[in-house]
Design a protein. Structure first.
Lengths: 171, 182
């Protein structure tokens, strides 16, 4: 059979375009999803998807391009959400770059970069958020700089706001 | 909401329900006649899915292409194309051709292959096998039903019945079971 020559080159789990996996994937290999996965993906390596995942994903880092994900994403590294990608679910990552659509809360330790085609419906918490002109965001943004304000009252102290008594001493 | 409602509906092809993964298809070309059935036009797509060695799928797989399984699949596998199995598949296997090498499948499952089955010398399979042709260099614990040829080399061990149109056995092969050549 013709496939014999690449017998040993199975370093990456690959769900091809015409393939459907129904069940959870547990792995320490990279996982490439070009087809459909109905189940969670849990790998200590990277996940790349250009198609459908219905389930939660846990990975090191992740790249999505033209993907549809319904489930939460939890990453140790960077998440890149390309254009034409839709994610419905909460995201936890080290850093994130978004050019696609996300419906869910985003929680990022370091930087969140929202490109001009990004659409976020949900709250963003990040170390640092930068937004390109055109990005649409519906939700609150909290950065770590905001959180690190120890004494909010002193930051917004307007001084003494009691009006002096002008007529007080008049007889 | 309107933005998401359409695009998020997963396009689930009808064959993706878990129930159908385990379903055994009745192969139309399997005939009782010794006459070699007409070559079925393959419907597979030329792409090869991979279950890598350190990967476990807790469920089944359906693919229209080929599949290489070096890891573990807990459920059934249905491939229109060929399967290269050096890992473990615990559920029923449905495919075109299949090569099993360098592995021991002892969970008593089954293989239904439209084409040929090859059990390599370093492979052992327990379960029933239905196919067109089969060549065995390794071990099969189960019944074999082939509409075409069954070939056993000198290293072959079969514990089970063999039902075939043509049987070729090399000296040294071990068979324990009934043999029926129609």
């Amino acid at each position: 059979m013709a496939r014999e020559q690449n017998t040993k080159d199975y370093s990456c789990t690959r769900v091809t375009p015409n393939m459907v996996v129904t069940g959870n994937i547990e792995s320490t290999d990279n996982v490439l999803v070009e087809g459909q996965v109905f189940g969670n993906i849990n790998t200590s390596a990277d996940v790349t998807s250009s198609n459908l995942v219905v389930g939660d994903i846990r990975a090191n880092s992740m790249g999505l391009n033209g993907a549809k994900i319904k489930g939460s994403l939890s990453l140790d590294g960077t998440l890149v959400i390309g254009q034409n990608t839709i994610v419905v679910g909460d995201i936890t990552a080290d850093a994130i770059k978004v050019a696609g659509k996300v419906k869910g809360n985003i929680n990022v330790k370091e930087s969140a970069l929202l490109g001009e085609t990004a659409l976020i419906v949900g709250d963003i918490t990040a170390g640092d958020v930068s937004t390109q002109s055109g990005a649409r965001i519906n939700g609150t943004i909290t950065t770590n700089q905001t959180k690190s304000i120890i004494d909010v009252d002193s930051e917004f102290d307007l001084g003494n706001l009691v009006a002096p008594e002008i007529n007080g001493g008049a007889k | 909401m309107g933005l998401f409602s359409n695009s998020l509906k997963p396009e689930v092809p009808e064959e993706t329900t878990a129930a159908e993964v385990t379903e055994e298809t009745v192969l139309p070309e399997v005939t009782a006649e010794g006459e070699a059935p007409k070559e079925v036009v393959s419907t597979y797509v030329d792409e090869m899915g991979i279950v890598a060695p350190q990967t476990t799928i807790h469920g089944g797989i359906i693919t229209r292409g080929h599949l290489a399984v070096a890891g573990t699949v807990d459920g059934s596998v249905k491939a229109e194309g060929n399967i290269m199995l050096s890992g473990v598949i615990k559920g029923a296997i449905n495919c075109n051709n299949i090569i099993i090498e360098n592995t021991k499948i002892d969970c008593n499952t089954s293989i239904t292959a439209k084409g040929s089955v090859s059990i390599r010398e370093d492979a052992s399979f327990s379960g029933d096998i239905t196919c067109k042709h089969i060549s065995i260099n390794g071990t099969v614990l189960g019944n074999i039903k082939a509409t075409g040829n069954v070939g056993l080399t000198k290293t072959a061990i079969v514990k089970g019945n063999i039902d075939a149109a043509v049987l070729a056995v090399e000296p040294g092969a071990k068979i324990s079971g009934n043999v029926q050549i129609k």
